[in-house]
Design a protein around this ligand. Structure first.
Ligand SMILES: Cc1cc2nc3c(=O)[nH]c(=O)nc-3n(C[C@H](O)[C@H](O)[C@H](O)COP(=O)(O)O)c2cc1C
Length: 372
C-alpha cells in the first residue's frame, strides 16, 4: 500500500483508518465495537437505552476486548432538566387514545401480554431522560470519544474537554452543524437522509459540501456509505472519516437476531421507509407489522420520550431487544442496505472498505480531464 487514507482526525484519535462504526443502541455492543477498533477504525458503543450501570459494564467489557480507542454514543434530550423520569412517570402522560390504539394493535398482532412483559422495568428511566447520569459514567470511565446525537452536546463539552476526550455531534442539516460547532463540538458528523435510524431531510451528497463550507472543525460523512467507493468519495470531498451504521448491521458481531441479518441481506435500496412508530421522530427502518399498523391507525406520533415508552409498554422488550421478534422488532436500516449481500466479520468490512477506497483513489483520472 503506497498511499494512505489516514487523515489528521485519525492522527488525533490515534487510529489507523477513517472508518467509524456508528452507535446503534445495544446493537453496537462491545463485540462490534472492539472488532472495528481492533481492525484499525473507531468503534462506537450505542448506550442510549442503557442504565448508567449498564453503560459502565459495556465500557469495561469493551476494554477487555480491545486496547484501542473507542467511543460512546448517546441520544441527547432537547432539555437536560428532565433528568430521571421513569417509564412509569412518562406513561401517565400518554393520551388514552394512543394507549387504546396501541393495545388494539398489540392484540391484532398477537403480542402475548406476559411474554411481552419479560425484562420490562417500570423503574428504568425513559429514553433520553437519563443522559446526565449516563454522561457522568462515560466521564468516569475515561472514554476518549463522546458522540451526541439529536441534541447539541454544548452542555457537556467543557467536562469532556477537561477529561481529554473528543466530542462529536451528529447533525442532519447545515444549520445544526453550525450550531453544534459553535457550542464547542470538536467534530461534526453530517448524516444524510438516506442513513438508517433517526434521520433528517437532506441527502448526503447535498449535505456534505455545504457542511464542509460552513464549519471549521473536521467533518465526518454519514448516511448511505457502505463500501470503499463511498469512503473514497467522502475523503475526496474533504471529510476526515465516515460514520457507518447499516453496513455494520450485517456483521457477525452486530447485536441483532439472525432473521434480522437475513432481512438486511434480502432488502433492496428502496426497502427502508421513514416511520415515527417507535420513537416519535423520523426513523429510517425496514417496515414491519407494527409500523404498518401504526401508520394505518392514523394517530399523531407522540414526542420523545412518550412514543418510545408507549412502544415499550405495548411491545415490551421485543421492541428493541437484540433477541428480536419478527413483525414487531425495530429494524433500523438505511438505503445502502441493497449493497449488503452477506453477513461477514466486521473486521472484513473495515479491511475491504479501506482497500477499495485506496484503489478508487489510485484509479481516479487526473483533475481537469472531465472524466472525474
Ligand atoms: C439500527 C440502527 C440503530 C441506530 N441507533 C442509533 C442510536 O442509538 N444513536 C445514534 O446516534 N444513531 C443511531 N443510528 C444512526 C447511526 O448512528 C448512523 O448515523 C446511521 O446508521 C448512518 O447511516 P447508514 O445507516 O447509511 O450507515 C442507528 C442506525 C441504525 C441503522
Amino acid at each position: 500500500m503506497g498511499r494512505s487514507i489516514k487523515t489528521p482526525l485519525c492522527e488525533r484519535l490515534e487510529i489507523d483508518l477513517p472508518i467509524f462504526s456508528a452507535g446503534m443502541g445495544p446493537i453496537a455492543g462491545p463485540e462490534l465495537v472492539a472488532a472495528v477498533s481492533n481492525a484499525g477504525g473507531l468503534g462506537v458503543l450505542g448506550c442510549t437505552t442503557m442504565s448508567p450501570e449498564q453503560v459502565r459494564t459495556v465500557i469495561r467489557s469493551t476494554r477487555e476486548l480491545t486496547d484501542r480507542p473507542f467511543g460512546v454514543d448517546l441520544i441527547l434530550p432537547a432539555r437536560i432538566d428532565q433528568g430521571g423520569a421513569t417509564i412509569t412517570d412518562v406513561a401517565t402522560q400518554i393520551p388514552s387514545a394512543h394507549r387504546e390504539a396501541a393495545a388494539r394493535i398489540a392484540t391484532d398482532l398477537g403480542v402475548n401480554r406476559s411474554e411481552r412483559s419479560t425484562n420490562h422495568e417500570p423503574d428504568r428511566n425513559a429514553l433520553g431522560t437519563d443522559a446526565e447520569a449516563q454522561i457522568q459514567v462515560v466521564l468516569e470511565e475515561g472514554v476518549p470519544v463522546f458522540v451526541g446525537a439529536l441534541g447539541s452536546p454544548g452542555f457537556v463539552v467543557d467536562r469532556f474537554h477537561e477529561a481529554g476526550a473528543v466530542v462529536m455531534s451528529v447533525v442532519g442539516n447545515t444549520k445544526q452543524a453550525v450550531s453544534v460547532a459553535r457550542d464547542g463540538a470538536d467534530v461534526v458528523i453530517a448524516q444524510g437522509t438516506e442513513g438508517g435510524g433517526h434521520t433528517g431531510h437532506v441527502g448526503t451528497l447535498a449535505l456534505l459540501p455545504q457542511v464542509l463550507d460552513a464549519v471549521e472543525v473536521p467533518v465526518v460523512a454519514a448516511g448511505g456509505i457502505g463500501d470503499g467507493r463511498g469512503l473514497a468519495a467522502a475523503l475526496v470531498m474533504g471529510c476526515e472519516a465516515v460514520w457507518i451504521g447499516t453496513r455494520f448491521l450485517a456483521t457477525e458481531e452486530a447485536g441483532i437476531a439472525g432473521w434480522q441479518k437475513a432481512g438486511l441481506v434480502n432488502a433492496a435500496d428502496q426497502s427502508p421507509v421513514i416511520s415515527r412508530a417507535y420513537t416519535g421522530k423520523r426513523f429510517r427502518l425496514l417496515p414491519n407489522q407494527w409500523t404498518e399498523a401504526w401508520e394505518a391507525a392514523d394517530l399523531d406520533p407522540l414526542p420523545m420520550p412518550l412514543q418510545p415508552v408507549l412502544t415499550e409498554l405495548t411491545l415490551g422488550s421485543w421492541a428493541t431487544d437484540s433477541g428480536g421478534k419478527e413483525g414487531i422488532s425495530m429494524n433500523g436500516a438505511g438505503n445502502i442496505v441493497g449493497l449488503v449481500k452477506e453477513v461477514v466479520p466486521a473486521a472484513e468490512v473495515v479491511r475491504q472498505m479501506a482497500q477499495n477506497a485506496l484503489a478508487c483513489l489510485d484509479d481516479m483520472p487526473p483533475r481537469g480531464t472531465g472524466a472525474r
